[in-house]
Write a new protein. Structure first.
Length: 248
């Protein structure tokens, strides 16, 4: 399992990002103490560093020097979490993220640095009722996953790659229903490897800003619901620390 070293003096932010990264399947080493981070940096050989600007800007610069040495040597990449009133002190090549975080940008950066075949879009597993229309006919379907670029549906109706269609899905919990134009990107053919499921991957076409914003907000809310229930049934993660791109 790939390992990340996460450090920041903002405790709520630290615990929120830790829960997100664990939900994505990574092993996460966490600390808010610069001296402990320096030890972990040497002893654990992390695959990615995510560190707050405030910790890196400590007056003695010991953590900053140790971090820049590893980044400059190509041992591991670095993402700096920006902090109000603190200048980013890192001169070695690195990425930066604003706080509140953009959930989708965090996913894209972590994927780029951690995965051999990175995904650009956060995909949310769901079970939603839906409908789609091809020509003059309308069919029922089940939505199995959704991202800001498309979705996957389960249906017995056969479609060809490139077929245009209109899809309708309810945003459960938001009292909204989305209607959008799409195109078939790939087909899922029934077989023993997928429990004989039949369906298709649909790519969105020309989403309006309002529809895109509603979709991002839905993914964010459902994602945090999933992460919160995994992290602790009684704990609510501080969702205000993470925003969608349209909130920025």
């Amino acid at each position: 399992m790939k390992r990340l070293l996460l450090g920041d003096s903002r405790k709520d932010l630290l615990s929120t990002i830790e829960a997100i990264l664990k939900h994505w399947g990574y092993r996460v080493l966490v600390s808010s103490r610069p001296e402990q981070i320096r030890i972990l940096l040497v002893e654990t050989s992390p695959d990615l560093l995510i560190l707050g600007a405030g910790l890196l800007a400590e007056p003695d610069a010991t953590l900053l020097k140790a971090t820049e040495n590893r980044v400059a040597m190509g041992i591991c990449p670095l993402i700096v979490l920006k902090e109000e009133g603190v200048s980013d002190p890192v001169t070695a090549p690195h990425d930066s993220l604003n706080v509140p975080l953009d959930l989708f940008s965090l996913f894209e950066l972590v994927q780029r640095h951690m995965e051999r075949f990175p995904r650009k879009n956060l995909r949310l597993t769901v079970k939603l009722p839906g409908m789609f229309s091809c020509g003059s006919k309308t069919y029922l379907a089940e939505v199995l996953s959704v991202s800001i670029q498309g979705l996957m549906i389960k249906t017995s109706f056969r479609m060809e790659k490139g077929d245009p269609l209109t899809v309708f899905i309810p945003l459960v919990g938001m009292n909204k229903e989305l209607e959008f134009e799409g195109r078939v990107l790939y087909n899922v053919h029934p077989g023993p490897e997928n429990n004989y499921m039949q369906g298709a991957g649909i790519g969105f076409i020309n989403l309006t800003p309002e529809t895109s914003q509603a979709l991002e907000e839905f993914i964010k809310k459902r994602f945090f619901g999933d992460v919160s229930s995994e992290d602790s049934p009684e704990r609510v993660l501080p969702e205000q620390l993470v925003q969608t791109r349209k909130d920025a």
